[in-house]
Design a protein around this ligand. Sequence first.
Ligand code: E4P
Length: 217
Amino acid sequence: MKFFIDTANLAQIKEAQDLGILDGVTTNPSLMAKEGISGKEAILNHYKTICEIVDGDISAEVLSTTYEEMIKEGDELAAIHPNIVVKIPMIKDGIKALKYFSNKGIKTNCTLIFSAGQALLAAKAGANYVSPFLGRLDDISVDGMNLIEEIRIIFDNYMFDTEILAASIRSPMHIINCAKIGADVITSPLDSILNLLNHPLTDKGLAQFVADAKKLS
Ligand code: E4P
C-alpha cells in the first residue's frame, strides 16, 4: 500500500519524506489556502517545491469547474513536473476532462468520490486514481469503509488499473482498515501516520531495555 501525505505544508511534507515511507502528496484548494498560498504564480511555485522534496505522485487540484478551464489549468499544472497528477472533481465536465488527460498520457486523480457509481465512472474515463472521502462519510454517519470495499470489488471484477486512493483519513484505524480491505493508497494527515507508531507496550518494553542496557556497560 502506498502512503501519501495530505497537506500543502512543506515542513510536514519534509518530515514525512525524512521518515522514508512517503510515496506521494495530495493537496486541495482548502489545504493550499491554509498555507496562505494565493495567485497562479505562487501556486505553481509551491507545487514545484513539493516536487523537489518528494519523488512520487503529487496531486495538484484544478480550481475551475468547466471542461475548457479544467483542461487549460490541468495542462499548466502537468507542465510543472512529470510527477504532477491533475486532480479533477467528480462532475460531468470532470469526466470529460479525465478522458482528455487520459488520452494525452497525463495522470489524473478524481476527487470528491462518495459513491461506487462515481468511482466506476471515473475509472471508465481513465482516471489513474479515485479518491473516496472516508472521513466525510463517517462525519454524516455513513460507513466510509463500506465504500472502499465496494469500489475494491468493482475494480477487481473488471481489472481496472485505476488505483483506490483512500482520502479524508481521520485516524490510524482508518489507515489499518484501508490496508485490510486492499485500498491501493492512503492519503493522510501527518499525525495519523505518526500515530501508527504508538503502543504503550512498546514504550514500556523500551524503557526496560534502556534500563537493562545500562547494566551491561
Ligand atoms: C484528499 O485528496 C482530500 O482532498 C482530503 O483527504 C480531504 O480531507 P478532509 O475531509 O479531511 O478535508
